[in-house]
Design a protein around this ligand. Structure first.
Ligand code: GCO
Ligand code: MG
Length: 412
C-alpha cells in the first residue's frame, strides 16, 4: 500500500472545505478533512507545499509512524494549521486502512461501544418566541438535546443566532450562520457582558418552563467572559440543570477554570480551539472540565484525539466533539467512528450540512431519531464527488468579530 498520489481539493458548496485525497499503488483511495474555517488556504499551502511531497512513496498502512514523522519532523509543533493538515493525512490513512481491511473504521478502533451517538443541534433566536420555534423545529427533526443561544436586548448581532427566520426550509441557510460572509470582510458584532449575564438565565428559565426538565440543554459562552463572570453565569444557570456550559472563558488561559470550578457545579466543556493533548494536560489532570470539545479535524486526526480522550477517560471526562458545519462530512464521519468506539463518549454536536454539500460529499452515516451512526461501509464511509466539487470554487470567507460599545475589540 504505497502512497502514489496526494491531492488537495478545495470546494465551496455551502461553505469552504479542504479535503486531502490519498491514492495508493493498489488503487485504494482515502480522504481526510483539513478545513480551518476562515483560514482554509493556509492549510492548503501547508499540505500542498510541505506535506504531499513527503507522503509519496510511504507505506499508507503505517498511520502512527507517518503521524510522528509529520509532527516531529516539522520541528515547529502544534497550532491549528499544522494539526489540521496532519489530521487530514491521519483521516485519509484510516479511511484507506478500513477499505483495505473491508471494515468500517470504528471496528478497527475496537468496535462499537453503543448503538448510536446522541447529538445536539443549535436552537437559537433573537427573542423568546423565535427560540421556542427553533427548539420545536429541532424536536421535529428528532433532536433529543440542544444548544440554546439567544439574542440580548440592546445588542444587534451576536454570535450563534441564525440570521434567517424559522420559516425557510433550507437547512443550509438556517444553520450555516457563521461565518457565511463569503466574499466580504469580517462582519462586526456587538458585545456587552453585563447585559448578557442579566439576560441568559431568564432565557433558560423560560425554556425549562416551556419544555420541561428532561431535555438536555447546552450553552456556548464562546470565550467571552472573565473567570469571575463565568463563575457568576455558571452559578446563575444551576437551577436549569445545563448539560454543559461551553468555552466560558478564553481557552488559552487554562488556570482561569480553577476559579470558575470553585463557584459552580454547572458542567464545563472546552477545547474546540485546542489542537493537541498538551493543550489539555492541566485541565484534564486537575479535572477542570467535564467534556472535551475538540474536532477530529483540528486535533491531529483520529489517532491524536483518541489519545486525548483516553487520557480524559482516566478522570471520568467525556467527549463532546465539535461538529458545526465548518467540519466537513469527512471530519464528521471520523468523529462518529471515534465516538462509537470509545467508552467515554458524551455527546456529539451535529448541525447538518446543506443539500449542495451533501451532493459533493456522499455520506453513509445516518441520523435517526436523535442518534448518529457512522454506517458500516469499509473506511470512513464518505466519498468525494470530484466533478461536483469542481463546480464550487473557493470563496474568501471570514469569521465575524466583536466590539464593545466604546469600540474595543472583544472575543466574539
Ligand atoms: C460551536 C462553535 C462553532 C465555532 C465555529 C468557528 O460550538 O459549534 O463555537 O460555532 O464558532 O466552528 O469556525
Ligand atoms: Mg463552541
Amino acid at each position: 500500500m504505497i502512497i502514489d498520489k496526494a491531492e488537495i481539493i478545495v470546494t465551496s458548496p455551502d461553505r469552504n472545505f479542504v479535503t486531502l485525497r490519498i491514492t495508493t499503488d493498489e488503487g485504494h483511495v482515502g480522504i481526510g478533512d483539513g478545513t480551518l474555517n476562515g483560514r482554509e488556504l493556509a492549510v492548503v499551502a501547508y499540505l500542498k507545499e510541505h506535506v504531499a511531497p513527503l507522503l509519496l512513496g510511504k507505506d499508507a498502512g503505517r498511520i502512527e509512524d507517518i503521524w510522528q514523522y509529520l509532527y516531529r519532523g516539522a520541528y515547529w509543533r502544534r497550532g491549528p494549521v499544522t494539526m489540521a493538515a496532519i489530521a487530514a493525512v491521519d483521516m485519509a490513512l484510516w479511511d484507506i486502512k478500513g477499505k483495505a481491511a473491508g471494515m468500517p473504521v470504528y471496528q478497527l478502533l475496537g468496535g462499537a461501544s453503543r448503538s448510536g451517538l446522541m447529538a445536539y443541534g443549535h436552537a437559537s433566536g433573537k427573542t423568546m418566541p423565535e427560540i421556542f420555534d427553533s427548539v420545536n423545529e429541532h424536536l421535529e427533526l428528532g433532536y433529543k438535546s440542544m444548544r440554546i443561544q439567544s439574542g440580548v436586548p440592546g445588542l444587534n448581532a451576536i454570535y450563534g443566532i441564525a440570521s434567517q427566520s424559522a420559516d425557510t426550509g433550507d437547512s443550509a441557510v438556517r444553520y450555516d450562520h457563521e461565518p457565511a460572509r463569503r466574499g466580504a470582510l469580517p462582519a462586526q458584532e456587538d458585545w456587552d457582558t453585563r447585559a448578557y449575564l442579566r439576560h441568559i438565565p431568564t432565557v433558560f428559565e423560560a425554556v425549562r418552563n416551556e419544555f420541561g426538565p428532561e431535555l438536555p440543554l447546552l450553552h456556548d459562552g464562546h470565550h467571552r467572559m472573565t473567570p469571575i463572570q463565568a463563575a457568576q453565569l455558571g452559578k446563575s444557570l444551576e437551577p436549569y440543570d445545563l448539560f454543559w456550559l461551553e468555552d466560558c472563558t478564553p481557552a488559552e488561559n487554562q488556570e482561569a477554570l480553577r476559579l470558575v470550578r470553585q463557584h459552580t457545579t454547572t458542567p464545563l466543556a472546552i477545547g474546540e480551539i485546542f489542537n493537541t493533548v498538551w493543550d489539555y494536560q492541566q485541565i484534564i489532570r486537575e479535572q477542570l472540565i467535564d467534556y472535551v470539545r475538540s474536532a477530529v479535524t483540528h486535533t491531529g486526526g483520529i489517532s491524536h484525539l483518541k489519545k486525548v480522550l483516553d487520557y480524559a477517560a482516566q478522570y471520568q471526562i467525556k467527549s463532546g466533539m465539535h461538529g458545526p458545519t465548518d467540519v466537513s462530512p469527512v471530519g464528521m464521519a471520523a468523529a462518529m467512528h471515534l465516538g462509537l468506539s470509545i467508552h467515554n463518549f458524551g455527546i456529539q454536536e451535529y448541525m447538518q450540512h446543506g443539500a449542495k454539500t451533501n451532493a459533493v460529499f456522499h455520506q453513509t452515516y445516518t441520523w435517526n431519531d436523535g442518534y448518529l451512526h457512522p454506517g458500516d461501509e469499509p473506511g470512513l464511509g464518505v466519498t468525494l464527488d470530484v466533478d461536483e466539487a469542481g463546480k464550487y470554487p473557493y470563496e474568501q470567507a471570514y469569521l465575524p468579530f466583536n466590539r464593545l460599545a466604546d469600540g474595543t475589540v472583544h472575543d466574539w
